[in-house]
Design a protein around this ligand. Structure first.
Ligand SMILES: [Zn+2]
Length: 95
């Protein structure tokens, strides 16, 4: 069971692709390719003024998202200032 970290509501049913606005990406190269909207695989809670996206934890290969096919990992700094790997479509980071 997946719960929103901010309000505790179940968000299991929202599993899929969601957009993180103005992502805080660790790599400048990735940030340049991505721009202001990063698509990530995970969950979202809509019970907030702005949707709160909860990316699914992954690794640099996004191996746990569709077997890594079509997805790759990027390092994203979260609002708690911890840097984690999140899965994004390969098309987001290719130029
Ligand atoms: Zn919430």
């Amino acid at each position: 069971m997946h719960l929103c970290a901010e309000c505790g509501v179940p968000i299991e049913g929202t599993k899929g692709s969601h957009v993180v606005q103005r992502p805080n990406l660790v790599s400048d190269e990735v940030a340049d390719a991505v721009g202001d909207r990063l698509v990530v695989f995970g969950f979202v809670c809509e019970r907030h003024r702005q949707p709160v996206v909860h990316p699914h934890p992954t690794n640099r290969y996004a191996a746990n998202v569709n077997g890594g096919r079509g997805w790759t990992g990027v390092r994203l700094e979260f609002s708690d200032t911890v840097v984690r790997w999140v899965a994004t479509p390969e098309s987001q980071v290719e130029r």
